[in-house]
Design a protein around this ligand. Structure first.
Ligand SMILES: *Cc1c(COP(=O)(O)O)cnc(C)c1O
Length: 388
């Protein structure tokens, strides 16, 4: 953090600019799309590579009342950084996890099975205060969550017993979609009706959750009947569409938050027939100029985008020439001679002529989630438009 601040005006090799005004606007847009629900900004994995603390603060300023993380450690770091007063929830627990710390930090914990329920009630006994527990149902994702039927019946029964003993509060009943980014997929309706059944089962036996929730970004954008009491938006908070088939960010009134750029480290003339980068997978078709971009797969630039990733240099789209190396790659500038230090923009919102993270996802055969999340710690984040 201090490093980022100190370097803000220095000539950086590369930087990921994070537009917090865009993030706040995205949160307001998403809240308007789900007016009956509270909004949880999902800030796991360092806010999908954008910086958890800054993004969490900006999201709360724009009306997010919950913050979501995968691991308890991610939530505890945010609390320790002074993010208090909003609800926080984490869902990825392994045996021996920091249950006591989560209870003391007023973090909601997700429980998917009996081992976790036992550990959290024991921790609550130690702390002398009830845990805030959200029971997770597997309504069809086939990943985390409690199976319907006997498993759910046992988990609900034992959680209600622990609640009666003052060891926990059942604050939430929740689940997660498998195919929300494919509107009309039959699993969506199946998961929704299974969710309603599992919620009704728990409520009929006495559960009084503060929130029931299942919607991620694609469901928040396309499926109002899935909003319930709370929507958990990750990728849309950062202005990226969950899938290009659903629409572009602009179609939903969203704006990408991250712009990744680098300063050209070298511009040079080479003859035709010159092999470029490891393996010589690119050979110059004629006399040309090459630009050296000081970013590589160690920075999260996918090596799979070798020969394909787009970069805006001096007003023109160029393509990665040959292989992306650990720290650098080359673009063929076609005879243009920008000065060393000229900006190479890998991706941004897309409305200044630059490619987008979605373009890189297509070039690498992956999803835009992975492109932004993998941008490494060697790339300083430079925050724009912080409101305070
Ligand atoms: C990551 C995650 C989300 C957010 O998903 P997006 O598609 O990025 O909105 C929501 N809920 C859970 C359980 C998650 O793990």
């Amino acid at each position: 953090m201090t490093e980022t601040t100190a370097l803000r005006t220095a000539p950086l090799r590369a930087r990921a600019e994070i537009d917090l005004a865009a993030l706040r606007a995205n949160v307001r847009t998403l809240r308007a799309l789900a007016p009956g629900a509270a909004l949880m900004a999902v800030v796991k994995s360092d806010a999908y590579g954008h910086g958890a603390q800054q993004c969490a603060r900006a999201a709360v300023e724009a009306g997010a009342t919950w913050l979501g993380t995968a691991t308890p450690e991610e939530a505890l770091v945010l609390r320790a950084a002074g993010l208090r007063g909003m609800r926080m929830m984490c869902w990825l627990w392994t045996p021996g996890g920091p249950w006591q710390e989560a209870i003391e930090a007023d973090v909601d914990v997700s429980v998917s099975g009996m081992w976790a329920l036992k550990e959290v009630t024991e921790a609550a006994r130690q702390v002398g205060a009830p845990a805030r527990v959200q029971l997770k149902a597997d309504t069809g994702l086939g990943r985390g969550g409690c199976q319907p039927g006997d498993d759910w019946a046992e988990l609900v029964r034992e959680a209600l017993k622990a609640e009666a003993d003052g060891l926990l509060r059942i604050t939430g009943l929740w689940s997660h979609f498998a195919c929300a980014d494919e509107p009309g997929h039959p699993s969506i309706a199946a998961q929704l009706s299974r969710f309603r059944e599992m919620v009704a089962y728990a409520e009929e036996r006495g559960a009084r959750p503060e929130v029931r929730h299942i919607a991620n970004s694609p469901a928040t954008l396309t499926l109002p009947e899935s909003h319930f009491d709370l929507v958990r938006t990750g990728i849309a908070t950062y202005g990226i569409s969950p899938s290009p088939e659903l629409g572009s960010p602009a179609d939903f009134g969203l704006r990408p938050v991250m712009t990744l750029s680098a300063s050209l480290a070298l511009v040079k003339h080479v003859p035709g027939g010159h092999g470029v980068s490891y393996g010589h997978r690119y050979v110059t078709p004629g006399e040309t100029t090459l630009g050296l971009v000081p970013l590589g797969y160690a920075d999260g630039i996918p090596r799979h985008a070798s020969g394909a990733g787009p970069v805006l240099v001096a007003g023109k789209w160029r393509t990665v020439a040959g292989r992306i190396a650990m720290d650098q790659f080359v673009v063929d500038l076609g005879g243009d001679e920008p000065d060393p230090g000229a900006q190479a923009v890998l991706f941004g919102p897309g409305d200044r002529g630059e490619p987008t993270a979605e373009d890189w996802a297509q070039a690498a055969g992956t999803i835009a989630y992975e492109i932004v999340t993998r941008i490494g710690t060697r790339v300083p984040r430079v925050y724009r438009n912080a409101s305070t």
